[in-house]
Design a binder for this molecule. Structure first.
Ligand code: ATP
Ligand code: MG
Length: 339
C-alpha cells in the first residue's frame, strides 16, 4: 500500500520527518508492505508557482495511494492561507472525505468525536446585499442532503458498534435550527434501530458544551454536523491538554481513502526552534496504521508514544525540556520492545 506524505509548512515538515522513522521501523520489523512518497505541496511552492494542489493530483492520489499523511498547512506570507485552503478543501471535497474522526484521549478515558466534514454551514451557499460601502444583509445557508447524513451516521454507528461501543450522542440544535436538526434526528433514530447494542441520546450543542467541559466522561462517542463538530473538536483538544497531542482522520467510507493529520496548525511562532511536539504527528500515524488494518503496529506505536510521554524528554508545551528530536529518540528507543 502506498501513502502520500505532504509535510506542508512551518512545523509540519519538522513533526512529519520526526515521525516517519517510526513508520520505517514498524514497516521493516513487521513487514507491513507500506511505501510512501513525499510531496512538497505548500506555501513555498504556492509562492513560486501560484499553484496549491497541482492539476491531476486528485486523480493520482485516487488511483495510486490509499492514504495521505499531512503535516500542517499555513504560512504568514500567504494571504488568508490561500494555498492551504486550496489543498485541504481540494483533498476533502475531491476525495469526498466526509467523516472526520478525532479520538480525544482524556485523563479518565477516551471520547471519540465524529464530525461531518463536507456539508452544513460550510457548503459556501449564500450571499450579501451591500449597504453603503459595506455589507447590509448576509446569508450563509446550512445545507444537508439525506444521503450524506445517512452515509455519515451509518458509517459512524457501524464503526462504534464494531469497536464494542455502547453509547452514542448526537449533537444538534433542533430547537433553533429546526430543518437540518430534524433531518439529523430522524436519520439518527432510524440508523440506531439497526444497532440494538447501542444506546443513542441527543443533546443541544450548548448543553453538550457545558457538560463536555465539566464531565467529559458522560460521553463515549459523539456525532455532530460540520460547524458544531468543528467547535466541539477544539474543546476536545483543549481537554486533552493541548494542540500538540491531538490527531485526526478524514475518511471516505466508500473508497476507504483516508487523510490523516495532526489537529494543530503550522505554528510559525515556534517553527525552526526544535520545540514542536511530534506527539500529535505520531498519534496521526497510529490512526493511519489502525485504518489500514495494521492493529498490532498501531498498538505498539501507541504504547511507546505514551511511555515516552511519561519521561522528561517531552517538549516544552508538555512541561518537559526535550526537543522534537529528543522526544522521538525516546519513542524510537521504546518501539522495538513494544512490538
Ligand atoms: P495555522 O494558521 O497553521 O493554524 P497557528 O498560528 O494557528 O497556525 P497552531 O498550530 O494552530 O498555530 O497552534 C497555535 C499555538 O499552539 C501555536 O502558537 C504553538 O505555539 C502551539 N502549538 C501548536 N502545535 C504545537 C506543537 N505540535 N508543539 C508545540 N506547540 C504547538
Ligand atoms: Mg490555527
Amino acid at each position: 500500500m502506498r501513502i502520500a506524505v505532504i509535510p506542508g509548512d512551518g512545523i509540519g515538515p519538522e513533526v512529519v520527518h520526526a515521525a516517519l522513522p517510526a513508520l520505517d521501523l514498524l514497516n521493516h520489523e513487521l513487514g507491513l508492505g507500506l511505501s510512501y512518497d513525499v510531496f512538497g505541496w505548500g506555501a513555498d511552492e504556492w509562492l513560486a508557482t501560484g499553484v496549491g494542489l497541482p492539476e491531476g493530483a486528485l486523480d493520482m492520489l485516487r488511483s495510486e495511494y490509499t492514504a495521505v499523511f499531512l503535516g500542517a498547512l499555513g504560512d504568514p506570507r500567504v494571504p488568508d492561507m490561500a494555498h492551504g485552503r486550496e489543498i485541504l478543501l481540494g483533498l476533502r471535497r475531491g476525495l469526498d472525505l466526509y467523516v472526520n474522526h478525532r479520538p480525544n484521549q482524556l485523563p479518565d478515558g477516551l471520547v471519540d468525536i465524529y464530525r461531518e466534514n463536507t456539508q452544513g454551514l460550510y457548503v459556501g451557499v449564500g450571499g450579501t446585499v451591500p449597504q453603503g460601502g459595506g455589507v447590509g444583509v448576509a446569508v450563509d445557508q446550512c445545507v444537508y442532503t439525506r444521503q450524506t447524513v445517512e452515509n455519515f451516521v451509518r458509517y459512524c454507528l457501524d464503526r462504534i458498534a464494531a469497536q464494542g461501543g455502547r453509547k452514542v450522542t448526537l449533537v444538534h440544535k433542533a430547537n433553533a435550527v429546526p430543518h437540518t436538526g430534524r433531518l439529523w434526528q430522524e436519520v439518527f433514530r432510524e440508523e440506531l434501530s439497526r444497532h440494538p447494542g447501542l444506546t443513542g441520546t441527543d443533546e443541544y450543542v450548548d448543553a453538550f458544551c457545558y457538560h463536555f467541559v465539566r464531565t467529559p466522561m458522560r460521553y463515549e462517542a459523539v456525532l455532530a454536523p460540520n460547524l458544531f463538530g468543528d467547535i466541539i473538536s477544539d474543546i476536545g483538544a483543549a481537554l486533552m491538554g493541548g494542540l500538540g497531542l491531538a490527531a485526526s482522520a478524514s475518511i471516505c467510507p466508500e473508497t476507504g481513502f483516508g487523510l490523516f493529520e495532526p489537529v494543530h496548525g503550522s505554528a510559525p511562532d515556534i517553527a525552526g526552534t526544535h520545540r514542536a511536539n511530534p506527539y500529535a504527528a505520531v498519534m496521526t500515524l497510529v490512526l493511519l496504521l489502525d485504518h489500514l488494518g495494521h492493529r498490532a503496529a498501531a498498538a505498539a506505536l501507541r504504547d511507546s508514544l505514551d511511555q515516552a510521554a511519561r519521561t522528561d524528554a517531552t517538549t516544552p508545551d508538555l512541561g518537559g525540556n526535550g526537543s522534537t528530536e529528543e522526544f522521538m529518540v525516546a519513542v524510537l528507543d521504546r518501539l522495538p520492545m513494544a512490538i
